[in-house]
Design a protein. Structure first.
Length: 141
């Protein structure tokens, strides 16, 4: 049977490509896992060329993304903790001001700061949950 197939394939096509075209061709061919001839036959016949992914590389990249998300999450949460500590300090100053009648050279609405901090914290937690879900969906795929 192989000899019959070879007999039918008697035409050869030579194509010249520049460096960019060849790099794209080579990368796409390697992703498909096909030989050069089979890859070209798929393209000529307008067939869909399926790309095969190396699972280790995909998982490695997903871990990098997850690591970045976790670093961002912890960075934001640390900033929120600092803001909450400052609010606590301002509340203490406010108590001292009421008890000792010291004039503080600034005014701040502590309730507004606390609300804004809570909103930021909720937003960050929501985004982290969303990214975690997307990563889980990618892994499940």
């Amino acid at each position: 049977m192989k000899q019959e197939v070879k007999k039918n394939k008697v035409h050869q096509i030579n194509v010249r490509l520049d460096d960019n075209e060849y790099a794209k061709f080579k990368a796409d061919k390697e992703k498909s896992g096909l030989s050069k001839s089979d890859f070209m036959r798929k393209i000529i016949s307008n067939s869909t060329v399926n790309v095969r992914y190396d699972g280790k590389n995909v998982i490695r990249e997903m871990h990098k993304v997850q690591n970045n998300i976790n670093q961002y999450y912890h960075s934001v949460m640390n900033r929120i903790d600092v803001v909450e500590q400052r609010v606590d300090s301002l509340e203490k100053i406010n108590i001292l001001e009421k008890n000792t009648e010291v004039i503080v050279p600034f005014s701040i609405n502590l309730e507004t700061v606390a609300c804004e901090t809570a909103e930021i914290k909720a937003d960050v937690l929501e985004k982290k949950a969303m990214y975690d879900k997307e990563l889980t969906d990618c892994v499940d795929y």
